[in-house]
Write a protein that binds this ligand. Structure first.
Ligand code: ZN
Length: 314
């Protein structure tokens, strides 16, 4: 082999080698990049699915609590009545709270849990339109995006209540200490943000929830001893369900239950995604306003306290 041929062959080999190295490098960059993108997309989707599942879990908890509460009351009523037949929920509701009918005026309280969110402002506008005041039991979740909404609730004359800062059951109900920590966090936060110290508290899941690892009576007492009053509800609008119920069902749930109470406290949710609540609200207000001797009021110190669980001190 002569010198020239040999050199040409070596060059070709070097060239081939170079191409292979470059191709290898490109592959080493491309494959991980493609993988990262793919994993990123998967992660995002999983994240979305997770938060959706979390929301559903919360809804199920509330529903579960309500069912258990009904069952307890049902059994209590059954034992009181002895062998008599027990039927109809109106009587059961009476056990929740004896409602003094001092003036024959039915008082309806619209209460909204889990806000503020994008839906809160829509609800505030509806309430303004009908000149109605309500109570908002808010959390500190997503507080940064919603700072103005806390102030707006107060500014428009509604009752601003607490509904825990984190709304994470496993956290706030772990112990009296962790509850106290969360309680003070939401109260301080709302005081700093709105200039008004909130005095009403609604327990996530209600005072009768069975998720709490701490005795709820103890936590009820804590709230009362720390300058606040806890309040529950006696009518569930049903908007905690997921997937959402229809506007008609929501309206019917409220309107069929109101006649059973002289003090009717309706539980709604103004969390993001509770669009049915926003859609049903005008009809509900109109129908209540059309009822005789019935008024819609904000919660004040004169309001009859509707509670699932009473403290010993009461
Ligand atoms: Zn809640």
């Amino acid at each position: 082999m002569d010198q020239g041929k040999y050199i040409a062959m070596r060059r070709r080999r070097v060239k081939r080698l170079k191409r292979m190295i470059i191709a290898g490098l490109i592959l080493m960059i491309l494959i991980p990049t493609a993988l990262s993108v793919w994993l990123g997309v998967r992660l995002h989707r999983t994240g979305n699915a997770l938060s959706e599942m979390n929301a559903q879990y919360e809804s199920q908890l509330v529903l579960n609590e309500e069912l258990q509460q009904r069952l307890r009351l049902f059994m209590e009523l059954a034992s009181r009545k002895g062998t008599e037949d027990v039927d109809g929920t109106p009587e059961i509701e009476e056990v929740i709270q004896s409602e003094p009918a001092s003036d024959d005026i039915r008082r309806v309280y619209l209460t909204f849990d889990d806000g503020p969110s994008i839906n809160t402002i829509k609800i505030l506008d509806i309430l303004d339109e009908y000149d109605v005041k309500a109570a908002f039991f808010v959390t500190g979740q997503n507080a940064d995006d919603n700072e103005d909404l806390y102030r707006e609730i107060v500014k428009r004359g509604h009752t601003l209540g607490m509904h825990s800062y984190s709304h994470v059951y496993s956290d706030i109900y772990r112990s009296r200490e962790s509850f106290a920590k969360d309680f003070n966090k939401i109260r301080d936060y709302l005081t700093d943000t709105t200039g008004v110290t909130p005095v009403y508290y609604r327990f996530p899941g209600g005072s009768s929830n069975t998720v709490s690892k701490t005795d709820m009576k103890e936590l009820c007492e804590y709230v009362e001893e720390n300058g606040a009053t806890y309040l529950d509800w006696n009518i569930s609008s049903g908007d905690a369900t997921n997937p959402q119920i229809s506007v008609n069902r929501l309206v019917n749930n409220c309107m069929s239950a109101i006649p059973n109470h002289m003090t009717a406290v309706i539980l709604f949710h103004d969390a993001a995604g509770k669009d049915t609540t926003v859609k049903a609200l005008p009809q509900i207000i109109e129908q209540i306003q059309a009822m005789e001797d019935t008024v819609i009021l904000p919660i004040t110190e004169d309001t009859v306290k509707i509670r699932h669980l009473e403290t010993e001190t009461e």
